[in-house]
Ligand binder design. Structure first.
Ligand SMILES: *Cc1c(COP(=O)(O)O)cnc(C)c1O
Length: 223
């Protein structure tokens, strides 16, 4: 079927309110060039250097999403061009994003990452962490970031009931934060949840943004 066919077919089957972030980590710039022939423009990467390299050799109109764990000292490398940072999991990181966004005369859009999985290895905020962040003076003084919603990753398990309950929890967090902190704005609207193995459950549970790699581009070398 090829990359173009896979991508087109995948997008055609999504509900129109769900945005696809096509995850191209470990895939070459040539793979992305193939995908671009379909007209599609939204790609996700989880390593800063890989993202920077691809951005420099591919067209400027691509919407690049950073979906991995982001180290503060690397924010400056992606701040000039990144469209959405999915994994914001601390106030310190947000401070740095704000600073680098300001240096670039931009407002950088972000999602707060929540810890919903049972694995302790997955990054993310608790509900209390998020409240503390959103109520801080520091956060409320920032001019160059905008929080568009939240992101989470479910446990890696065959147990679809558990995955579903974790997505339900994330959706609840979203509604709670929206009511408490973002009732005056339309920009807090994204729930980034769902990957190749669980995106259908995520969509049923209210996802607005899915991050899918393997299902479209095939298996990766693990990393
Ligand atoms: C790799 C990755 C994905 C996509 O995973 P697939 O299983 O290949 O669809 C989604 N989100 C994050 C944060 C990732 O690192």
């Amino acid at each position: 079927m090829g990359i173009q066919g896979n991508l087109t077919r995948f997008i055609d089957e999504l509900p129109p309110w769900v945005k696809l972030v096509a995850v191209t980590k470990t895939k070459s710039a040539d793979v992305i060039k193939e995908a671009l022939k379909t007209g599609y423009r939204i790609f996700g990467e989880n390593k800063v250097q890989e993202l920077v390299n691809k951005q420099s050799e591919l067209p400027d109109d691509i919407e690049w999403h950073y979906i991995g764990h982001l180290q503060r000292n690397k924010v400056k490398l992606i701040a000039p061009f990144v469209s959405l940072i999915h994994g914001v999991d601390s106030l310190k990181l947000l401070v740095e994003i704000n600073k680098q966004a300001k240096n670039n005369n931009r407002v950088v859009e972000c999602l707060l990452q929540f810890h919903i999985a049972t694995e302790s290895t997955k990054f993310g905020l608790s509900c209390d962490d998020a409240k503390e962040l959103l109520e801080s003076d520091l956060y409320n003084s920032m001019q160059n970031i905008q929080i568009n919603g939240i992101m989470g990753m479910a446990t890696f398990t065959e147990d679809t009931k558990q995955v579903r309950s974790e997505f339900k929890l994330l959706k609840m967090y979203f509604e709670d934060l929206k009511k408490k902190y973002f009732s005056e704005t339309d920009s807090f609207k994204e729930i980034s949840m769902g990957m190749s193995d669980d995106y259908m459950i995520a969509i049923e549970e209210g996802s607005t943004m899915i991050r899918v790699g393997t299902r479209i581009f095939g298996k990766r070398e693990i990393y």
